[in-house]
Design a protein around this ligand. Structure first.
Ligand code: AQP
Length: 334
């Protein structure tokens, strides 16, 4: 049977990239009736310093973002990672399965640690092992993510294969990454070669799910573009990353193909396309942002939802962890 797992870090506010690359697709999977488990990965967030009050706020706001994007806590399991201890215990076991050389190849670590790898936390280096544990603790088979997470999922597969091989079992499934749609890589509005990211120092580079209509419209109006009108064919976007990004965003928001967007706007200048995109973005995102602020008025209710989700998550993960201990040879006295 299929089970989908995915997570988002409460390391700041949600962006349009997180929405199109993750949340919107999470809601579709749930609505298709798949078994869906969604996690606020707070333990991943602390691999770089987080102010404790801001972390609490971001975790609750992220939960509100999930619910406002259509994730129903009754149909999906929605919880925060640190309330389910199986994640960290399994991550330790995976620390002992994964090889240093595998982790050294991870481009996200290189990007995030930059020139200061010696000062980065050990947690940031071991991040992909915890991610593998998140997924394997539920025996998830499919993981919808953006393009940026592809390498980490390959590592998850390698860990599952090596664990199964080393212990002579067929226990952990080899997961399938699900990277599809027009917006698996939403780019920065200031630089079409960088991904849109919650931790980018420039707020102008991203659309936040909490931005109001004016902010959304103004960021799209000011988004960097070239002076040419949109091309008549998709191929014409090949060397125009900023233009291509805006076309992809339009397509994903409108549930159209990029070809369809070009069919509609090809030959038009950005003076026409940007206002149309701004209107579309405002109409799709305003209801989400309004629902998020409504939910954030009652944080006790959010905490209650996360607690219930954690109970349901524990009920799946604990037996899988118990079997893992058995396979590895860790004694549990009864
Ligand atoms: N720009 C993006 N386009 C498409 N998908 C994206 N995702 C993130 N950015 C984009 C997808 O969102 C999910 C959650 O990501 P995350 O918060 O766990 O970590 P991240 O990928 O590191 O996201 P950010 O926004 O860039 O956070 P920071 O700045 O803290 O590193 C994942 O499925 C991801 O693919």
């Amino acid at each position: 049977p299929q089970r989908i797992f995915s997570g988002i870090q409460p390391s700041g506010g949600l962006t349009l990239g997180n929405y199109l690359g993750a949340l919107k697709r999470f809601a579709v999977a749930q609505d298709e009736g798949t078994d869906t488990v969604y996690c606020m990965v707070d333990l991943h967030a602390i691999t770089v310093w987080q102010d404790p009050d801001k972390l609490r706020h971001a975790t609750r706001e992220l939960a509100a973002g999930f619910i406002a994007s259509g994730i129903d806590p009754a149909r999906s399991i929605l919880f925060n990672q640190s309330q389910v201890p199986a994640h960290t215990e399994l991550a330790w076991i995976f620390n002992c399965v994964a090889r240093m050389g595998w982790l050294r190849r991870m481009t996200q670590f290189k990007d995030k640690a930059g020139k200061h790898a010696e000062e980065a936390s050990v947690g940031l280096f071991a991040y992909p092992n915890l991610m593998a544990a998140d997924i394997m603790a539920y025996h998830a088979t499919h993981v919808p993510v953006g393009e940026d997470q592809k390498q980490h999922l390959e590592l998850t597969r390698d860990i599952a294969i090596k664990f199964n091989h080393d212990y002579g079992v067929d226990f952990f499934p080899v997961v399938e990454p699900v990277i599809e749609g027009a917006a698996t890589r939403v780019m920065s509005l200031r630089d079409g070669t960088k991904k849109m990211s919650k931790s980018d120092p420039s707020d102008q580079s991203r659309i936040n799910l909490t931005d109001d209509a004016d902010a959304i419209a103004s960021k799209i109006r000011k988004a960097r573009t070239d002076p040419e009108p949109l091309p008549e064919t998709l191929e014409g976007l090949a060397d125009r990353p900023e233009a291509r990004n805006l076309v992809n965003i339009y397509a994903a928001l409108a549930d159209m193909s990029p070809e369809g967007v070009i069919a509609e706007f090809g030959g038009q200048g950005f003076g026409v396309f940007k206002p149309a995109l701004a209107d579309l973005a405002v109409s799709k995102l305003s209801p989400i942002s309004a629902e998020m602020s409504r939910l954030m008025q009652d944080v006790a209710e959010i905490d209650r939802i996360l607690g219930q989700g954690a109970d349901r998550a524990n009920a799946i993960a604990e037996p899988i962890l118990a079997q893992t201990r058995e396979i590895v040879g860790l004694i549990r006295s009864r």
